[in-house]
Design a protein. Structure first.
Lengths: 637, 637
């Protein structure tokens, strides 16, 4: 056995592992825990998983995705390269996500403990997990009910619980705990569907130690908030990249991976991320794992499928059927999440195949479901989810935007990580200004930067209404291999020793993405026979939404041209909604009602979606009457 | 290791095992699966675990429980004898329970599919487990709910179920089963507290295969009935001895064993018995284990504790507190019972520490809870449980009779097994007539035989009212080692090559047992301020009850002297009640009501119990006015 193993060393990470000959470098990097970008999930088509071979031999399949210079410098695509002997690898900056490095900054970014909503939502604090301290009267010949009945009776004297349950393990523990604890005990109660479960019984008074976590299982980012269930405060937050990225940036890629290799790996990846985040949080806050009694998750339907190891394959095949949209509360340990072994995992309800629990959470957190005025929620990610409604009705749809705004499928695109251009401006005198995350030398462009770049190039007349780069408009426009591109940052100023550019193809990808979302908005508007002016408020949500310049988003035609004060960025409403449900059973019940009462329109069944999409493929739109303020600005210039 | 092992061979069972030097022969016999009687659980005080050493050496502690002749023949007490080298053992007839041999006959005996109750109880058939066949419409873009919602909706169209649940495993299986089964599926629904669980989803129509078992977990006998949940018929029955007997005949002995060695062994023993019986039943009836979806158990409180591995130790310490009297339905696999892995185990509710689910079942099966007239149920075993009541109220108590009527603590006593004297009569001319179970040569005396013997000796004037053997009354009365005894069967006619006798000490044990039960009856009567004549019906239940001569039971003063036609033997009401609950959720609900609504009197707290007990220690009673028909008979003789 040992003879067939070879050493793979990752230089900058100082990691060396033994692997079998013949596996790909991408697989080796996953095993070593070294993050390498990968969008296509190993199909050799995205060209993101570049590595540099510093020493040793490999067998690489030919690819058109590497430049001649890169090949000379030892660049390979990790997924197309097999390990044949001991090898030393360097992961170049553009292939690194730096998930671990950025963890604290990301936590800050996703912290958003209170969303800055105008109409704040209030619920009665009634957490899904509660601890109650009981001083039980010892039994006597006159009062000789069983320990189990004794417990239930004592609980019911303190709390009105019509339907109690408990598992055999808790019942088995009662005689010892009641007597060792001298009839002073703490019971942990958890909401379990229509019943309340006595999850745990402990000796003495442990009510001051009652914690839970809320998790936003994002396609690219996983965020965990640690909540003190006694004070209702968020104590700490932590975030990381979803390691499922190694199996594909896009949800569909991951589903295909799951179909070929089984769902287990995808569950394991996300569960390990969640466990790592929880471990970090509890050790930083001196909390025992055993005192974390629940996990409440929000995420898109596919992410929840991966987490629960539900077969996701029918999500991507017409008629796009999820296995489950209302997962029951289960033991967190059943999927491998490490908290108290009897702790519960709640998954917020999804709405439909492409409208997930994150949208339910968003509706809950923004209070859209109880709004008097007509309100729109736009949650932008790989899919743009659009909700319109108020306290009387709600409709939603999901527009397949593609991952362009997440930096994928765009030449120098990247996720919102250190070195990403997040803001971009062309000043009146034609000077280019930009800022990067972490103020580092730029590596690429994240979603908010792409929106800025698109809007600025358009307003500066460098890109025309049809999205074409004008080769005569600016000296930074050039032609490479027959394709036009705009140099955003010259190589001398970047960390990747190459120019950061936006290509004609990139612009087309981004226009398709914004057109998909705007078409979705329009179809919903048409179905409802209303106009944009009827929308009194737009909530813009998502990790993306934190940095988005709303003026530029309108300029681009991503969101409708309505009064700017009606548009509000609400940050990560997915985790906020999850926390609300955790802290209030009423909120959880409302989440169920939201997911049941909302009408889902599958855009595929609407013939005019394609027309709307085609019309939206202009900047800001074919029908300029839809963007009066933008047209006014254009005329001024 | 191997050097320290020695061979123990059990001659007649043709079993040889390797054991470590130094273990007792009792332990060796348990390991070999060879049944050896043991009442005290290995304390060397009951003298029941006699074995004969045929070859080899052992180290035996001295004992007064073996006769000089026996010691000469190589007899030892298994629990007092350590294995020091290879040894060949014979288990003499009196130490064998013959559980395996008698299994079919026992099944017949305990079959009692319908109890011969006068007022038959009827319930609506509504089994705890139901299979329904669904032809689900495939999903479409217009009807694109999740598989899970689709399933629930289809179920709810067929059945009104307000509160449904299912586990992650079933939800995970849905996409495959729905599609592989071409949307034709069978769902198994199980009652789970206040909710209905979809336990299993199968492809196609499997509704014709839906089975369950009812189990009477008796202290000495385990009875299993196999029930077809479609036809509501009992298809077959099987019984065996409770292998926990190796840990003590008496419940208290087993509790002490559990305290010292842990509850696990006791659970394993009974679970293995149940599994063996189920395996026998399903193979004989060509049923797949996977089609057995539930087990419903009745048994005394301690037996249910052992089955569920609940700590029984507080049952035997004042104030005698059970861990649990209403065990929730759990997966049968959680305690190791082998049926469908997702099948459920229901334990009928117990009433109090010494009033178990078997009494609840008895009240259910006899319909006592809905009787217009005042009715008494007497369930005789190691404890005599007494219930008095009608449709308006019920009270109960448990009298610690001791195991005498089960053949334990009586010199030639034995369980109701082949070779046991079950009927006994002294004819007018003084001739002795008896019958044995299986018509075999007598080995000992079982409970019904002991009642007959006591009554007959009393009526014949051989035993006086105080229970003393009269040495001049009959030539069969003799004195051995200073104690009087009556020769029932001379050694020439027995299978044990020794006389079968009843000793003065035996008679005293039996009188104490009957006095305990009658005192219990009397205390209840006194508490209620009623007379025996107010009791309009007496149901006599228990394995014991199947053979009991009711006239002799009255003669002995075991049960009150009321009109004979009011007394009815109802057989094994424990299993009958369990089956009723299995076949009707209404019956299960009533079982819960019964256990909640009954008032339990702990006899220990009643000062006059001791007086009643002392008064009952005469034949039939100190107060002869309580037994007018018996006194009339006595005067006639």
């Amino acid at each position: 056995m040992k003879e067939n193993k070879v050493k793979v060393t990752f230089l900058s990470q100082d990691e060396t592992i033994l692997v079998e000959k013949g596996i790909t470098l991408l697989e080796a990097s996953i095993r070593a825990g070294v993050y390498v970008n990968s969008i296509c999930g190993g199909d050799g088509i995205c060209g993101k998983c570049k590595l540099i071979i510093k020493e040793g031999d490999v067998t690489a399949r030919p690819t058109t995705l590497l430049k001649r210079d890169e090949i000379k410098e030892g660049y390979v695509l990790a997924c197309q390269t097999e390990v044949t002997g001991d090898v030393v690898i360097e992961v170049p900056p553009e292939s690194r996500a730096k998930g671990k490095i950025l963890i604290d900054k990301d936590a800050q970014r996703f912290r958003a403990l209170y969303a800055p909503m105008k109409g704040q939502v209030f619920f009665k604090y009634d957490p899904l997990i509660q601890k109650i301290y009981l001083e039980v009267s010892p039994p006597s010949l006159q009062d000789n009910v069983s320990d189990h009945v004794h417990l239930y009776r004592s609980i019911k004297r303190k709390k009105n619980i019509p339907n109690m349950q408990s598992g055999l393990k808790v019942i088995r523990s009662l005689p010892y705990i009641l007597r060792n604890g001298d009839w002073k005990i703490t019971v942990t109660l958890g909401v379990r569907g229509g019943t309340i479960e006595a999850i745990q019984v402990e000796e003495g008074n442990t009510t001051d130690q009652n914690f839970a976590v809320a998790v936003d299982v994002g396609t690219s980012t996983v965020v965990v908030h640690l909540v003190n269930l006694n004070t209702f405060e968020t104590m700490d937050a932590e975030a990381t990249y979803n390691s499922q990225m190694s199996y594909g940036d896009e949800v569909t890629r991951r589903i295909i991976y799951a179909e070929l290799k089984g769902e287990e790996k995808l569950r394991e990846a996300i569960v390990e991320d969640i466990n790592n985040l929880i471990t970090t949080l509890i050790s930083r806050n001196n909390i025992r794992l055993n005192d974390v009694m629940a996990v409440v998750c929000a995420g898109n339907t596919a992410m929840i499928h991966f987490l629960l190891e539900l077969d996701p394959s029918n999500l991507r095949k017409e008629p796009f059927i999820p296995v489950c949209t209302y997962p029951p509360p289960i033991r967190a340990s059943e999927v491998g999440i490490k908290i108290n072994p009897r702790g519960l995992l709640y998954s917020l309800p999804s709405i439909a195949s492409w409208i997930g629990a994150d949208v339910t959470a968003g509706i809950l957190a923004t209070g859209l479901y109880q709004a008097d005025e007509l309100t729109m929620l736009i949650d932008i990610g790989t899919n743009g989810e659009i909700v319109i409604g108020n306290k009387d009705w709600m409709v939603c749809c999901s527009a397949s935007a593609g991952p362009a705004f997440e930096g994928s499928g765009v030449k120098n695109g990247m996720r919102a990580a250190e070195g990403a251009i997040e803001k971009f401006k062309i000043s009146e005198d034609g000077k280019i200004q930009y800022t990067t995350i972490g103020e580092a030398d730029p590596i690429g462009i994240c979603g908010s930067g792409l929106v800025d770049i698109m809007a600025e190039l358009f307003m500066a007349g460098i890109v025309d209404r049809s999205g074409k780069l004008n080769p005569d408009a600016n000296e930074r426009v050039r032609k490479v291999n027959g394709e036009l591109e705009f140099i955003l940052v010259p190589s001398s100023q970047t960390a990747i020793k190459d120019d950061i550019v936006i290509t004609q193809a990139d612009i087309e990808s981004l226009i398709r993405a914004k057109a998909a979302i705007f078409a979705g908005i329009n179809v919903l508007i048409n179905i409802l026979s209303i106009g944009f002016s009827d929308i009194k408020r737009i909530y813009l949500a998502g990790g993306f939404g934190n940095y988005l310049n709303k003026e530029n988003a309108i300029t681009l035609g991503l969101i409708p041209d309505i009064e700017r004060e009606k548009v509000q960025f609400v940050g990560n409403t997915s985790i906020l909604g999850a926390k609300m449900a955790l802290l209030s059973k009423d909120a959880l019940d409302i989440a169920y009602k939201i997911s049941k009462n909302i009408t889902y329109y599958d855009l595929i069944t609407y013939a005019d979606y394609m027309n709307e999409f085609m019309s939206a493929k202009f900047l800001p739109h074919t029908d300029v009457g839809k963007f009066p303020t933008i047209m006014k600005k254009l005329k001024r210039t």
